[in-house]
Design a protein around this ligand. Sequence first.
Ligand code: NI
Length: 182
Amino acid sequence: MILPIYLYGQPVLRKEAEEIEPTPELKQLIADMFETLTAAEGCGLAAPQIGKPWRLFVVDGSELGEDYPECKDFKRVFINPELIEESEQTCTYSEGCLSLPGISENVVRPETIVLRFLDENFEEHEETFTGFQARIVQHEYDHLEGHVFTDRISPIRKTFVRNKLASIAKGKTGARYKYRRN
Ligand code: NI
């Protein structure tokens, strides 16, 4: 089932998400999140973006395979992730977000990270991500902390996107996919 994506201005996007435990409904929710992500042609979706304040996100980099070969088969589920290490080396990529339609901005982040997390079977992994994989993971991880990528752009760029953000929050800007707004 395709779920509505919560847009900027919805309070759930600003909450610190809570750890989750296995429940019978979780498998279906994860399947729905992947379906929602594919329908919206995105590469990552965090539970707060569908209105659930939970530490869960899914990624699917298959759309990005041409530009970022490391993402071609990058389809994963992350539950209760913990950021263990971040490299001092940073890199800059242009980011967008399904909750912030029509906005894309350069964001500087660590190039490599180490993440501890559970997969969809609640098996623990500790894994190093780099390049655009690390980028997607950090962007989604931010959602679990109540952050969006425009929190991380330069002050001057923030003034440029302020009106666009306000327009989304006021319900004047929508998205081409199923969404929910104030
Ligand atoms: Ni996002």
